[in-house]
Design a protein around this ligand. Sequence first.
Ligand code: 1HN
Length: 347
Amino acid sequence: MTLTPDIRTETAYDEMEALSVGALWRHLDNLFPGEPPARAVPFHWSYRALRPYMMHFADALSIEDAQRRVLMLVNPGMRDTSATVTGLYAGIQIILPGEQAQAHRHSANAFRYIIEGSGAYTTVSGERVHMNPGDLLLTPGWHWHDHYHEGEGPMTWLDGLDFPLVNSLDTAFFELYSDAAQKASVPDDLSSLQFIHGRLNPTWIGERTDASPIGNYPWAETERAFSAIAEHASGSEVDGISLEYTNPWTGGPVMPTMSCRVQRLVPGFHGVPRRHTAATILHVVRGEGRTVVNDQEFAWGEKDVLVVPSWASYRHVNDSMTDDAVLFAYSNEPVVKALGLYRDELV
Ligand code: 1HN
C-alpha cells in the first residue's frame, strides 16, 4: 500500500528542495557533529612578513581613500565571513603622522592593542585616549571613534572586533560621523584617570555599563601588576601568569562579547595542554616561543598573531631560560559562557 501514489523517493528530494525543505535524516551528522567541527583552522601570522605590506599601503593608499588602513587576518577556513576565528576578527592597522581616520560608529565592539609607535590618540565619545605600545584601548559598540596621529613615525596596532558574531546575528549597524573628527568634550584620558585604580570606583557615576567605561588600560599598569606578582605566584599551569582586564563595574570581561587577557610565560615555561570551547586570538607582546595546537607546532616571535579555534588543544612553551614571553589574548569566552556552551578539559 502507498499513502501518496504521486510521490517517488527518487525525485522527492529535488522536489522538496524546490519547496525549501530538507530531509533531516540526510544531514544529522553535519548538523550534530560528535564534537565541534574544525571550521576555523589553527593559524599563525608573522608580523615580519606583514610589515612590508603595511608600509607599502601606508605609502600607496591615502587614509581618506581607505577610511581605515588595515590588513585583515582572515582565517583560511572562514574566508566567507572575514573572521579570524569563530566570532572574532583581528587586523593590523597603520596610521602615519598627520593622518585623521574618519569618525564612525558600529554596533560591533572593538579594541586596539598598541604595537608600534606613539603620539596618536583615538577619540571615543568625545574623550581623547592616548596610545602607547602595550596599551589596550576600548571602543565598545555604538561609541563614536576616530583616530589622529600627532606624533612622529608610523603607528601600528592590533584591532580586535566581534563583527563576525554581530554579523552572524544580523545585528550590524554602521554610521559615519558628520565630521572627520570629533571634538574633545571631556579632559584627555579622563576615564583612565578616574577608573584605573581598580578597587576605587567613582561613586558619582550612575550608569553602570556592561562594557567597561575605561578608555585605556595602559601597559605601565600591566607591567606594575606583573612585577608586583613577580615570583609570588606560579600562575596557571596552562596559561602562566594570566591576568584578565576587567570592567570595574562588574569585575567581569571588558566587553560582553570579548575577554581580554595578558599572560606572562616565565623563562622555561612548559604549559600543560588544554582545550576549551572558547575561540582565542593571541598576539605576542614580547619574547619568542611556540604553541602546539592539536598536532601542529607554531613557532612565534614578537608581534605575531596566532589563533586557537574552539576545542583545539593548545600548549604554550617559552624555550628561553632567561627571557619572559608575554602574550595578549582575547577570546569569545563571555559569549560561550553566557549561553551555557563552555566546556574545557586537560588533554
Ligand atoms: C574599525 O572601525 C576600525 O575604528 C578598525 O579603527 C577595524 C574593522 C572592521 C570594521 C570596523 C577602527 C575595523 C573597523
